[in-house]
Design a protein around this ligand. Structure first.
Ligand SMILES: NC(=O)C1=CN([C@@H]2O[C@H](COP(=O)(O)OP(=O)(O)OC[C@H]3O[C@@H](n4cnc5c(N)ncnc54)[C@H](O)[C@@H]3O)[C@@H](O)[C@H]2O)C=CC1
Ligand SMILES: O=C(O)[C@H]1O[C@H](OP(=O)(O)OP(=O)(O)OC[C@H]2O[C@@H](n3ccc(=O)[nH]c3=O)[C@H](O)[C@@H]2O)[C@H](O)[C@@H](O)[C@@H]1O
Length: 478
């Protein structure tokens, strides 16, 4: 098993696609096939317009596709031919039955494992790449072993992914660490070495950490929980800043220079989004409840609650500043993706800000440089966001031009930190808006002094910029 020649990855998503593109580009001696149930997704991977936007990914895929990188719906063929199989399918939060709203839905993982057991005719290393609850690898191993053919043996490894969207290529190219968990046995070690050898084509050996499977699985959930907790912590402090006159950027800088705390992930915002933070923290909460650790579960649950609070709080500030009513007011929403440099909108805070404003019957003009309009409508008409899709269509205008979005608007709300938002001609935008013209900078990216000079009423997260004549809040601490 030491020399892996053929890799198959089940799941051609945000993780499977970029991860395999890097492996193919760094290991010309390995053939990598990414398989998926979705013909549409595979067609896109084989086209000029990839299904996901990631800086640097197009070039990487073009460089290897058709040589040692293949995208296909022939799942059985991919499995049969591979020595090593990544399972990189989605593990969303369960929306039915036991654990609804918290537990990870493992049905895609299980069906991938069953498919491997059904078709494999030679031994395989099966690598759990998806983020899963602790002990999922054990369940995968159980399914594989219960269905194995004579002479076919499996080793199951945990190899969680730490890439972030928008920087996936860089993160995969220069990972802080690669984590591999496996069985503590001779066979297990051989499998760990085989996977480690793939990564050693480009990752220094010292950055490849090996450990037992459960530690590896729990480390992934813990990493995301800690990152999400930092954001919730700084967002909690942003509320204190707004109430006192302190500036959250200064506070973040002050604490971030303490080497024990560090400067990263201290950017206060409208709240965190993305497909994983909420899902994985909830997954951890559920795990703790199942392990009869209710106090630990409550501790992590508050990270989610603080995030909800931040999104609601920001929307409420917009409404309050606009004289306590946004009914029929045109509001330009700049940014719909959950962060810059991605077209992904999963759990984007922008969706919730839009929801709260639509609940107050505001008219929204939404602009995002990368998100398809179809996706925006699908997100805003989702039953969890609106029970009246026709009303959403009436309230929402989708534009391909930020200047158009802001024309005749009462306010601009920045929901995503796209770099291009910093470079607009805000004088021109101001001239086209209704007065007083408001900007709510939910990402703290604009030059607030300059905007005030133009005449805007500016509000941002974690800092008071304008007189609070509208909200009437006092700056004194009781
Ligand atoms: N999106 C991200 O940035 C990161 C995601 N992760 C984790 O990686 C996993 C995958 O996430 P994404 O790539 O974002 O998901 P995704 O939803 O973009 O892609 C998953 C793909 O798996 C396919 N699939 C599902 N069941 C299948 C089956 N039985 N056979 C073949 N294909 C199947 C789906 O059609 C879909 O295309 C999740 O567990 C996630 O938590 C981990 C780190 C980063
Ligand atoms: O498991 C996953 O899916 C991934 O989740 C996150 O990556 P991602 O969600 O793609 O993006 P992040 O950069 O972590 O941003 C998440 C959200 O937090 C927000 N954020 C981030 C940092 C910050 O300081 N403040 C802040 O509000 C972002 O705007 C975004 O909405 C982790 O950073 C990755 O390590 C992990 O692999």
């Amino acid at each position: 098993m030491a020399d892996v020649k053929r890799v198959c990855c089940i799941g051609a998503g945000y993780v499977g696609g970029p991860t395999c593109a890097i492996i193919a580009s760094k290991c010309p001696d390995i053939t990598v096939t990414v398989v998926d149930l979705s013909q549409a997704r595979i067609n896109e991977w084989n086209s000029d317009k990839l299904p996901i936007f990631e800086p640097g990914l197009d070039d990487l895929v073009k460089q290897c596709r058709g040589k040692n990188l293949f995208f296909s719906t022939e799942i059985e063929k991919g499995i049969k031919e591979a020595d090593l199989i990544f399972i990189s399918v989605n593990t969303p939060t369960k929306n039915y039955g036991i654990g609804k709203g918290r537990a990870a839905d493992l049905k895609y993982i299980e069906s991938a494992a069953r498919k491997i057991a059904e078709v494999a005719v030679s031994s395989k290393i099966v690598v759990e790449k998806s983020t899963v609850p602790v002990k999922a690898a054990e369940s995968i191993a159980h399914i594989l072993q219960a269905n194995h053919r004579r002479g076919v043996h499996y080793q199951v490894l945990s190899n969680p992914e730490f890439l972030a969207e928008g920087t996936a290529v860089k993160d995969l190219m220069y990972p802080d660490r690669v984590l591999i968990g496996g069985e503590l046995s001779e066979e297990g070690n051989r499998a760990i070495m085989a996977l480690s050898n793939i990564y050693q084509h480009w990752v220094p050996k010292d950055n490849i950490i090996t450990m037992n499977t459960w530690s590896s699985e729990l480390s992934k959930l813990t990493a995301n929980a800690f990152l999400a907790q930092r954001i919730s912590s700084i967002n909690a402090i942003s509320a204190v800043c707004e109430a006192t006159g302190a500036d959250v950027s200064e506070v973040a800088h002050a604490i971030g220079t303490d080497s024990r705390i560090g400067p990263k992930f201290l950017q206060a915002s409208v709240g965190f989004g993305g497909s994983c933070f909420q899902k994985d923290v909830l997954n951890l909460v559920y795990l703790c409840e199942c392990l009869n650790l209710p106090d630990v579960a409550v501790y992590w649950q508050t990270v989610i609650e603080m995030n909800e609070f931040q999104k609601r709080r920001f929307a409420r500030r917009v409404i309050e500043a606009l004289f306590n009513t946004v009914t029929n007011k045109r509001i330009a929403i700049f940014g719909f993706a959950f962060k810059k440099d991605t077209g992904d909108t999963r759990e984007s805070p922008s969706i919730y800000i839009c929801k709260y404003l639509m609940d107050e019957q505001a008219k929204l003009a939404i602009y995002d440089p990368k998100v398809d309009h179809e996706q925006m409508i699908s997100d805003l008409t989702h039953p969890s966001i609106s029970d009246n899709p026709t009303r959403v269509q009436e309230l929402v205008t989708l534009t391909k031009d930020p200047y158009e979005a802001a024309r005749s608007a009462h306010a601009i709300v920045i929901c995503t930190e796209w770099d291009e938002f910093k470079d607009y001609d805000y004088q021109k935008i101001y001239d086209s808006m209704l007065k007083p013209a408001f900007i709510f900078d939910g990402r703290m990216i604009l030059d607030h002094k300059q905007l005030q000079k133009i005449g805007y009423h500016v509000e941002t997260i974690g800092k008071r910029l304008s007189d609070d004549v509208h909200t009437g809040k006092s700056t004194s601490v009781p």
